[in-house]
Write a protein that binds this ligand. Structure first.
Ligand SMILES: Nc1ncnc2c1ncn2[C@@H]1O[C@H](COP(=O)(O)OP(=O)(O)O)[C@@H](O)[C@H]1O
Ligand SMILES: [Mg+2]
Length: 226
């Protein structure tokens, strides 16, 4: 489901494991064009661009895949890691059409790939066998305190009950909760006012969710330092 927290979970995985990898790549994988753009950025970051040859997307993609299959550290010559095999993590975010990943999938190698997708078929295609996780909405006992904290109401009497009621209406969906937390904060609404506002605007809200098609409704916030 869009807004359930796939990108957020991948981001926290990257953030918390960032010191375990020599290289981390994050690519938006919703379309072939964005994948190609991501591979161009990887090629540049890895120093694989062939400046003497005309740019060819397929050649460039294959060069990057070649590096992922045989990831030798060429930078930092003179340091103990130079010429070692690099450990790498590649995140393919928002890969709702798993078929477009085939051309970009490294053939061999010991790196790690995280794919986030709204498409349940993603689990059984390119990257099988693999570990797959279905994300569930927040439980009420997690979501109530989350909204309470987002709307700065930890110290308000009965606010937990009101927040729990609101998150129940929102189905525990993280994107809905973060969006509503922001609305109540920005508009300085009481929780009762919020409930009235929500009832009036529920129709619009559902349309926004539908249009988001997996894109975060609110921009995910990076943990500081990420
Ligand atoms: N576990 C979480 N804790 C706090 N906020 C979260 C959590 N999961 C998701 N969110 C927030 O919910 C919103 C939607 O999450 P996102 O990861 O973009 O969803 P998806 O990638 O599934 O569409 C973002 O604003 C994100 O920061
Ligand atoms: Mg996402």
């Amino acid at each position: 489901m869009g807004g359930i927290g796939k990108t957020e979970v991948a981001m926290w995985y990257v953030f918390s494991r960032r010191t375990k990898f020599d290289a981390v790549f994050w690519i938006n994988a919703d379309t072939t064009e964005k994948l190609s753009l991501g591979f161009t950025e990887m090629s540049m970051a890895l120093g694989l661009e062939d400046e003497s040859a005309p740019e060819d997307e397929i050649e460039r993609r294959e060069r990057v895949k070649g590096w992922l299959s045989n990831p030798i550290i060429t930078a930092n010559q003179g340091t103990p890691k130079a010429n070692d095999e690099a450990s790498w993590l590649l995140v393919l975010d928002n890969a709702d059409d798993p078929n477009i990943l085939y051309d970009f999938w490294p053939d061999t190698g010991t790196g790690c790939v995280i794919v986030t997708s709204r498409n349940p078929l993603s689990k059984d295609t390119v990257y099988s066998p693999s570990l797959s996780i279905d994300l569930a909405p927040f439980k009420l006992n997690e979501a109530g305190p989350f909204l309470q904290s987002l709307s700065n109401r930890e110290y308000e009497e009965n606010s937990l009950e009101a927040c729990t009621k609101i998150v129940e209406i929102l189905g525990g969906l993280p994107s809905g909760i973060t969006q509503m937390g922001g609305i109540t904060r920005r508009r300085h609404m009481s929780l009762e006012e919020f409930l009235a506002y929500y009832e009036e605007n529920a129709g619009n809200y559902m349309i926004q969710q539908f249009q988001a098609k997996g894109d975060p409704i609110c921009k995910p916030s990076l943990p500081s330092g990420c």
